[in-house]
Design a protein around this ligand. Structure first.
Ligand SMILES: Nc1ncnc2c1ncn2[C@@H]1O[C@H](COP(=O)(O)OP(=O)(O)O)[C@@H](O)[C@H]1O
Ligand SMILES: Nc1ccn([C@@H]2O[C@H](COP(=O)(O)OP(=O)(O)O)[C@@H](O)[C@H]2O)c(=O)n1
Length: 215
């Protein structure tokens, strides 16, 4: 059994998994990795260098050279980068390279929180606690819209909803590591929960798993 306690969090776009992961990591003093940023970083490097998004060999080379310590959340948050990330994320050799780096991170003592699409199913299948965070597509689109407006940007709510649905379909429909709850994941539907309520519900589940580990 690994000495490191890992919290695995998965869910569709804008479900609140990153917010939850950061809160939990802070509360328990664990290290956090937003694995979405790793796919975004590969996509952004291709876009910045004018390279194609559909050449698996080039994308896999980028993935192999990625340094997890230098992921610029702000630069990677851009809408087009998220869309491009879900395109490179269908490529098995890209996933293999990134998953290897993510698994190494997951072993950092004393504990880690990883959030993404395949943490409970592929990256950390033995994690002692797994959360699958969801919310209705409408609630998620509303949250993303509010987030863009708070940052001074403008966006069409209908377009955001269409984008989330398109990205979810790509993530759930791919052959390699599709987005789905692990069999032993706790489902957390946050449609009617604010951030604090979701955090408290998640903490209860993590505390239970920690107590079991120590028993
Ligand atoms: N339970 C919640 N209720 C309302 N807003 C939320 C909730 N959880 C997260 N948010 C907000 O929704 C947006 C998307 O959350 P984020 O954690 O980035 O999602 P994800 O990592 O799943 O894409 C953020 O602006 C965040 O503050
Ligand atoms: N573990 C992961 C994390 C992200 N991804 C891909 O990367 C894209 C961007 O992920 P993200 O978590 O940054 O996206 P948001 O949910 O924050 O919008 C997703 O749409 C997935 O295609 C993945 O395939 N596996």
């Amino acid at each position: 059994m690994s000495r490191t306690f890992t919290i695995a969090i998965d869910g569709p776009a804008a479900s609140g998994k990153g917010t939850l992961a950061r809160r939990l990591a802070m509360h328990y003093g664990f290290h956090h990795l937003d694995t979405g940023l790793t796919y975004r970083a590969v996509a952004k490097a291709l876009l910045d260098q004018g390279l194609p998004l559909d050449d698996e060999a080039i994308a896999a080379e980028m993935a192999g050279n990625l340094d997890l310590r230098h992921l610029d959340r702000k630069a990677l948050a851009v809408h087009e980068v998220g869309e491009a990330a879900s395109k490179v994320a269908v490529m098995p050799t890209v996933r293999r390279a990134l998953v290897a780096a993510q698994r190494a991170f997951a072993e950092t003592p004393p504990g880690t929180v990883l959030d993404g699409r395949d943490i409970g199913t592929v990256v950390c299948p033995d994690a002692p606690v797994k959360l699958y965070v969801t919310a209705s597509a409408e609630a998620r689109a509303k949250r993303r819209h509010a987030e863009i407006e708070a940052g001074g940007g403008e966006a069409d709510p209908a377009e955001i909803l269409a984008d989330l649905n398109r990205r979810d379909a790509r993530d759930m429909g791919r052959t390699d590591s599709p987005l789905k709850p692990a069999e032993d994941a706790h489902l957390l539907d946050t449609t009617e929960m604010d951030i604090e309520a979701a955090f408290l519900a998640a903490r209860r589940l993590v505390d239970e798993a920690l107590a079991k580990r120590q028993a």
